[in-house]
Design a binder for this molecule. Structure first.
Ligand code: NAD
Length: 335
């Protein structure tokens, strides 16, 4: 299928081109995101392939339809960035990659926890400057700590399994409980109970109207003083301005985020020579107990390979007029 890929980076081009050798779709790579200014580029394409920060609102989707686009192939799991209603009204199908490597994101979550806790990023910089002092690098044992997990789908399960290996006690909340995790000793509790008891809280639920700002001022006030909060899911699960207040009054002890509410203006770009205008992010970066990574949880060789393989297969399935198990239905609601 003639497909325009937006927001592509060198690694997207490498993995998609490699996986497309046998599949032979006609792929055109654009570095630009899909937005009002670039929607015109879709003329003549049957499919667009987009990523997490391409915002496909009604206006863009109407334009895609006008240009003859019949398929939106998301090369990610979440679909909160697509106006599903507008797509279905325009008879445009949507496919996604529901699972490419839950371990990739789960392992990055653990990397954030270990870095914040054992301060290896600070030690690395100290040693490079000939500073071999270990003052102020005190961490805590993960063994026997209580970890709260909100969202125990594919990534949440993979994360729980790793943390069980550290000897942590796991409390979880999900609208659908996992029997596998229960058998492994994970205990399901309410969000309130998790906030009150967990030393580390990790978010693995999708962004929906129900989970938007699930961690806000009230939630911070219910947490254990000095708790660690990790978000590798979607930025708007946390109300960032409230997180800043919680860090300032030391209610929140550590914050590790791979996603950020306003990330689409920043992440995946080299802005090192620019004046960053986002004062909230700059305030966050200024805290010694905050670690921000720019949405790289998915970035492993295995995940990139699986994303390309599944996306190209999704496109082939729709091209062949078959039903794809990875199709997003309108009833799925906002993710
Ligand atoms: P999944 O669909 O397998 O699991 C999501 C879980 O959240 C499900 O068990 C679901 O029941 C639960 N859930 C839904 N609504 C909830 C609610 N209101 N409260 C509590 N739980 C709720 O998805 P997944 O593959 O585990 O991915 C989880 C999220 O991780 C995705 O939605 C995406 O936002 C994010 N993600 C991030 C990266 C990254 O690079 N950082 C990569 C992939 C996915």
């Amino acid at each position: 299928m003639k497909t325009a890929l937006f927001s592509t980076k060198s690694y997207d081009r490498e993995y998609f081109s490699q996986c497309n050798i046998d599949v032979k779709h006609s792929l055109t790579y654009f570095e630009e995101s899909l937005n009002v200014n670039t929607a015109e580029l879709t003329k003549g394409y049957e499919a667009v392939c987009v990523f997490v920060n391409d915002k496909l609102d009604k206006h863009i989707i109407d334009k895609l339809s006008e240009n003859g686009v019949k398929l939106i192939a998301l090369r990610c799991a979440g679909f909160n960035n697509v106006d599903l209603k507008a797509a279905f009204e325009n008879n445009i199908k949507i496919v996604r990659v529901p699972a490419y490597s839950p371990q990739a994101v789960a392992e990055h979550t653990v990397a954030l926890i270990l870095t914040l806790n054992r301060k290896t990023h600070k030690a690395y910089n100290r040693i490079r400057e000939g500073n071999f002092s270990v003052e102020k690098l005190i961490g805590f044992n993960l063994f026997n700590k209580t970890v709260g997990v909100i969202g125990t789908g594919k990534i949440g399960i993979a994360f729980c399994e790793i943390m069980l290996g550290f000897g942590c006690k796991i409390l979880a909340y999900d609208i659908i409980e996992s029997d596998i995790l229960k058998m492994k000793g994970v205990v399901y509790k309410s969000v309130e109970e998790i906030l009150a008891d967990a030393d580390i809280i990790s978010l693995h639920c999708p962004l929906t109207p129900q989970t938007n700002h699930i961690i806000d001022r009230e939630a911070f006030s219910k947490m254990k003083k000095g708790a660690m909060l990790i978000n590798t899911s979607r930025g708007a699960l946390i109300k960032t301005s409230d997180a800043i207040d919680a860090l300032k009054n030391e209610q929140l002890g550590y914050l590790g985020i791979d996603v950020y509410e306003q990330e689409e203006k920043l992440f995946f770009r080299d802005l090192s020579e620019n004046i960053i205008q986002d004062d909230i992010l700059l305030r966050l970066i200024g805290f010694p107990n905050v670690l921000v990574t720019a949405h790289q949880g998915f970035l492993t060789k295995e995940a990139l390979d699986q994303i390309a393989v599944t996306t190209l297969k999704n496109i082939s399935t729709i091209e062949d007029g078959e039903c794809s198990e990875n199709e997003v239905k309108h009833e799925s609601g906002k993710n």
